[in-house]
Write a protein that binds this ligand. Sequence first.
Ligand SMILES: [Zn+2]
Length: 81
Amino acid sequence: MARKVWACKTCGSVGQTGSAASGSCLIELVLWMCAIVPGVIYSLWRISSRKSKCKVCGSKELVPLDSPEGRRIRDTVPPPP
Ligand SMILES: [Zn+2]
C-alpha cells in the first residue's frame, strides 16, 4: 500500500510524512514506572493525538496532495530538485 502524499499548508512542502506522536517517550516511561494508571492514560493520549506532521516545519496543517487544496499548493511551490 502506497503511503499518502501530503502538502503542507504552512510551508508549502510536499511529501510523505511520518506519523509522529505527540509527547515524549521518556515521560511515558517515567509515568509507567511511577504509576500504571497515568502511564496508561498518557499512552492513550499519545496514540489518540498521533497525527501526520510536516517533515520540514512540523506543522499539522496538512492536506492530501490529491485534494484541490493540495494541488493548489503543489502548483504554487516548485518541488525540490
Ligand atoms: Zn511544513
